[in-house]
Design a protein. Structure first.
Length: 646
């Protein structure tokens, strides 16, 4: 699912990758303004093209296997597997039998199920979801949460990642997860993009409630069966008959994963399916809900799902009902990608062209190149078969430089957690926009920097790429911005204060250096005095104050080490059962940050009363300021809480 590894890897903790660099074997995006002739989209041309690209890309990316399914005009145009489903046993990928994990692409089945219940009159997209639940979702500022908010990723929920993916342990009941791990609402529903797995799982539970069927049963009866998807399931672990068909997950070739990933919120991403089954699902949606003589949706309902419903930035892609826009080269595309730790997938429907593309790989690969293969393949596919006529003309250089200066700075993501320590993402890895001398801007929204040229006021196009970036301006200031490929999931806002100027990290580093020096001076000073036999002459009160202050410095350093160890464990592909380490880090933080600040303030008072040298007082005052600043940061980023939710 698109957020888990990237929230870790891209932000020093762990979020969905749609824009970064892919395997070098794939061609780069077309240069700006390029006009190309479309190739005929035939099975022969497509297979020859893919055979020349994907095997080399897999080798470069150190990714064992990939599977592709492309449909056109209600038929499978091409299905093909590349590489290994199991590299150790040399089991090749078979598009009809090898099961991959589409991750958050699973959500499209949940949204389809929701709309089936809308057709039956059992659900209304625009009423408070509490009407359908047996527990209470809070109402924020008088704005109740609706299914339309959930399907357009504007629920307002904070990010939550605890125990989302586990290994070798039972998956708890969906209701239990939803009740125990409910995140707070950080924004009024309907106002801000904030991709949420929790919200999708909530929608799946609502389907379960109103249909009277367990979610996994419902999808099998009402979607898989009519579409003939015999090798697909949301069940975890896999049913005995399907388990031998599952591709192995890897980090990269010769680095197998921990096993079958168990998703604690199944409607958000637990699907396992073959490419052939995914092709049938694509055909049904491209034919407005019809597959052969079966129908999973009425035409009007399917068309509603594919039509743009929410666009928070007027010139960027938005999101329809569940499908997000991925328009490219002037062609209307709705899509959904997905990531687990080992599997990375994308499904894209060229609605007006009656073409669908599905790709999945079974490893992120070297430097993430495997998981990025799907992005570059989609761009290259569109450029080959649906090329663009050209690019807009840049605006004048003076205006471009002025606007670049306005957007330059540090920004934070609206898909975040404000009430838990995950807020630390904003401190450790803010998104930086740089104004370049030529009037272009550069932003690193995920793994790789992108450079944009302004083509209309506060609207930029990616240089040698397909993405766009747009800013929202109020009173002559940029207050928010987003990119076309990510606007459905999140936008960027200014954090304010030192963080907006990019100085907070430096201030934290300087303060920590002072505390670390104080911690180191305690044993070093004691060792030197012992070797030189120089006694320390001081009152009992001063001795106690100094020892408490020095101990506070040591505990704070140990607390930060404990937090680093905890975050490192979260970033790993298996991070369940971390509550003891978390609570240790939290307890040490309270003692180190709060206790250390008080102890050093006490030491300064005692030294002042003892009329010690100015240099001694100055050093202690610096320590007090360092502790006070770090205490404020720890409080602001929720490091002093003992809560186990995140």
């Amino acid at each position: 699912m698109t957020f888990l590894r990237h929230l870790a890897l891209c932000t020093a903790l762990a979020s969905a990758s749609l824009l970064a660099h892919a395997a070098d074997a794939l061609p780069a995006a077309l240069p700006a303004g390029t006009v190309t002739t479309a190739h005929a989209l035939t099975a022969e041309d497509l297979e020859a093209w893919l055979d020349g690209l994907i095997p080399a890309a897999l080798v470069t990316a150190r990714t064992p296997g990939a599977v592709v399914a492309i449909v056109k005009d209600g038929q499978v145009l091409l299905e093909k597997g590349y590489g290994w489903a199991d590299a150790e046993k040399h089991v090749p990928v078979d598009p009809k039998r090898t099961m991959f994990r589409p991750g958050s692409t699973s959500k499209l089945f949940t949204w389809t199920a929701v709309m089936q219940q809308v057709e039956l009159g059992k659900l209304d997209l625009d009423v408070d979801v509490n009407r359908y639940l047996d527990f209470k979702v809070p109402v924020r500022n008088g704005h109740p949460l609706t299914l339309r908010h959930i399907m357009t990723q504007t629920s307002g929920f904070e990010e939550v990642i605890k125990d989302l993916v586990a290994f070798d342990q039972p998956v708890p009941p969906l209701r239990q997860v939803l009740v125990d791990d409910m995140p707070p609402l950080r924004a009024d529903p309907g106002t801000t993009a904030g991709y949420s797995n929790y919200a999708t799982a909530l929608a799946g539970y609502i389907v379960q409630r109103v249909s009277g069927e367990p979610f996994e049963d419902y999808v099998e009866r009402h979607i898989f069966k009519p579409l003939g998807m015999a090798h697909s399931t949301f069940r975890q672990p896999l049913p005995t008959a399907l388990a031998p068909l599952m591709a192995q997950g890897y980090m990269e070739v010769r680095q197998p994963g921990h096993g079958f990933e168990l998703v604690s919120m199944p409607p958000a991403g637990s699907l396992s399916a073959t490419a052939d089954d995914m092709a049938q699902f694509m055909i049904a949606h491209l034919q407005d809900g019809r597959y052969g003589d079966q129908r999973i949706l009425q035409p009007a309902t399917a068309q509603l799902m594919h039509t743009k419903a929410t666009r928070l930035f007027p010139d960027l892609n938005g999101i329809a009902l569940g499908f997000y826009q991925q328009d490219i080269n002037g062609h209307r595309v709705v899509a959904h990608g997905g990531d687990l730790n080992y599997f990375h997938s994308d499904l894209a429907l060229f609605i007006d062209d009656h073409v669908g593309v599905f790709l999945s790989v079974n490893a992120p690969g070297k430097e993430g190149m495997g998981e990025m293969l799907r992005v570059r393949l989609f761009d290259a596919f569109a450029d080959r078969y649906f090329p663009r006529p050209g690019m807009p003309t840049p605006i004048d250089a003076a205006t471009a430089r002025a606007h670049a200066a306005l957007i330059a700075g540090h920004w934070v993501n609206t898909r975040r957690a404000d009430s838990t320590f995950l807020k630390l993402v904003d401190l450790l890895s803010p998104t930086k926009v740089t104004a370049n001398a030529d009037g272009t801007i550069t932003a690193k929204v995920l793994l790789d920097p992108q450079t944009f040229v302004e083509t209309a006021p506060f609207l930029w196009h990616e240089v040698d790429g397909h993405d766009q970036l747009q800013a929202r301006v109020q009173d002559g200031k940029v207050v928010a911005w987003a990119t076309s490929s990510l606007a459905f999931a999140w936008s960027y806002q200014s954090p304010g204060g030192l963080a907006a100027a990019g100085l907070q990290q430096a201030a934290c580093a300087a303060a920590f250096a002072v505390v670390a020096l104080a911690a180191a001076m305690w044993p070093i000073g004691a060792f030197v005095r012992r070797r030189l036999q120089v006694p320390r002459v001081e009152s009992a009160t001063l001795r106690s104050a100094r020892r408490f202050a020095d101990a506070g410095a040591v505990v704070l350093v140990v607390a930060i080490v404990a937090w680093v160890a905890f975050f490192a464990a979260v970033i790993s592909t298996s991070y369940t059962g971390l509550d003891p380490l978390l609570h240790l880090a939290q307890s040490l933080a309270i003692v180190g940050f709060a206790g250390g600040a008080l102890a050093n303030a006490w030491l300064l008072v005692v030294q002042w009363r003892a009329r010690l040298r100015r240099s001694t007082l100055a050093w202690t005052a610096i320590r007090v300021l360092a502790f006070a600043y770090l205490l404020a940061v720890a409080y602001g980023y929720n490091l002093l809480s003992l809560s186990g939710h995140y």
